[in-house]
Design a protein around this ligand. Structure first.
Ligand SMILES: Cc1cc2nc3c(=O)[nH]c(=O)nc-3n(C[C@H](O)[C@H](O)[C@H](O)COP(=O)(O)O)c2cc1C
Length: 245
């Protein structure tokens, strides 16, 4: 069963890449999205980490101020979490003239449209480069209930709205998203899950966010099939517009 799913998921990813098309209207927009967040020292507590992050900002990074009107677009994509930032060509879509993971492409559209800040959720560990190995590794990680340590950090205090964008992995959120939820208290914030997938839609995202962030205002969310990401910009913008952004 597991191997059958792996084969189906492989096919989905290959199809997604074959069908992905570039959007030609985004390159200007892409430049408007600001990446925030800082590398986080491995093996530190959140308190230690924020002290270290502050120190790093004072010495090497520009102060991390929200210029977004309070919108953070946090995303996880394996394409930014493998060795040399390259899982495999099958997991990337050509978007705005760059090769991106599907979740990254969607996050860029949302950040550009909402004038939000982008934050790449990255893990200390690298995920396998090979797609089939990634399928197996993600399943093993999920079965073990592992919360992979995060390698990047962001000060979320200035944001009222947090989009969280990720691929569906094994009918739920990647474990890195569970790590993000574990590490950040989203109480009082509007939280909008957004997935990309091969047919599972939002999977159990809304239920899990409501359960794990009970004091957040979790909205219905949005999903984009991996096959459609390349041509999804106008649909995503329409959804954002319909929801007051
Ligand atoms: C480890 C793994 C597990 C996956 N599990 C599912 C799944 O359960 N349901 C689904 O619809 N798609 C599944 N997919 C497909 C991805 O969600 C989909 O291809 C997505 O667009 C990939 O986005 P990315 O380029 O940001 O990784 C899985 C992909 C991987 C790598």
């Amino acid at each position: 069963m597991k191997k059958i799913l792996a084969a189906l998921l492989s096919l989905t990813m290959i199809t997604a890449t074959a069908c992905g098309s570039s959007s030609d209207s985004g390159s200007k927009l892409a430049q408007t999205a600001k990446q925030v967040g800082t590398p986080k020292a491995a093996g530190t507590s959140q308190a230690e980490q924020s002290t270290q992050t502050e120190a790093a900002e004072q010495t090497t990074q520009a102060p991390q101020e929200s210029t977004s009107g309070g919108v953070l677009v946090a995303y996880f994509t394996p394409a930014e979490n493998g060795e040399n930032d390259a899982i495999s060509s099958a997991s990337k879509v050509s978007f705005w003239g760059e090769d991106m993971g599907n979740a990254e492409a969607i996050a860029n559209v949302i950040a550009a449209y909402t004038d939000g800040d982008l934050f790449s959720i990255q893990t200390v560990k690298d995920y396998p480069l090979d797609y089939n190995e990634l399928i197996d590794a993600a399943k093993a990680e999920q079965d073990a209930g592992e919360l992979p340590e995060l390698a990047t950090a962001v000060d979320i205090s200035g944001y009222n709205t947090v989009f969280v964008v990720y691929p569906v992995w094994w009918y739920t959120m990647p474990q890195a998203i569970y790590s993000f939820i574990d590490e950040y208290d989203l109480s009082g914030k509007t939280v909008i899950p957004v997935t990309t997938h091969g047919g599972s839609g939002l999977a159990d995202s809304i239920e899990r966010f409501k359960e794990l962030e009970p004091n957040a205002d979790v909205k219905d969310g949005y999903d984009v099939n991996g096959d459609d990401v390349g041509g999804s910009q106008s649909d995503i913008e329409g959804w954002l517009s319909d929801n007051g952004f």
